[in-house]
Design a protein around this ligand. Sequence first.
Ligand SMILES: O=C(O)CCC(=O)C(=O)O
Ligand SMILES: [Fe+2]
Length: 210
Amino acid sequence: MNSFFSEDNWINWVDAISDNHYVVIDNILPHAVLNDLKDCFDKQREEEQLRKAAIGTLNQKHIDPSIRGDKILWLDREGAPAPILTFFDLAEDIRQNLNRYCYLSLSGYEFHFAHYPVGTFYKRHLDQFQGRNNRMISIILYLNEEWKPEYGGELKIYLEKEDVTIMPTFGRMVLFKSDVLEHEVLETKHDRYSLTGWMLYKPVGLGYLP
Ligand SMILES: O=C(O)CCC(=O)C(=O)O
Ligand SMILES: [Fe+2]
């Protein structure tokens, strides 16, 4: 598969990930594709397909709006409309290039749409936690046109020296190491939309472990 991006791009991004544990990439996809993705998302939302996101794993899952208030819908490549297939092609491109340039053994990924209604947030956390340690790289694509600073809703990443806050602007993608960086979604004062997912490590040959 031809990459969506040049080798120079990949080298810059991979350098940023290895130096800082994260990278921010603006205009990751053409505007028209982003619009189509957002339309898919709106349609699913209008059909009330999104569900309140839970915290914890397997039998310990529960909804706790004092920790996390977003509503999500997991994406499935099977039968997905064209814009989502394009997004999955991008995810595959990212997977292959992270394997190539970072010497990772990523064998899959998972993504969900996320909607943070006004007044919601996601408190400081790590995406890799007990019982769920195969998430290697977290990826978020923001789908908010004309986001304004007064809306809040930034992604705050906690770093050793200085924390960073990142506005969830349309077409911006953030990649970071799931096992290293604690982060949070600050309270949003405006509906906030994103596609969030993880590049997964699964030892090849073991098959599916429940
Ligand atoms: O939407 C974001 O900026 C981050 C979301 C997040 O941290 C998560 O879903 O685990
Ligand atoms: Fe997270």
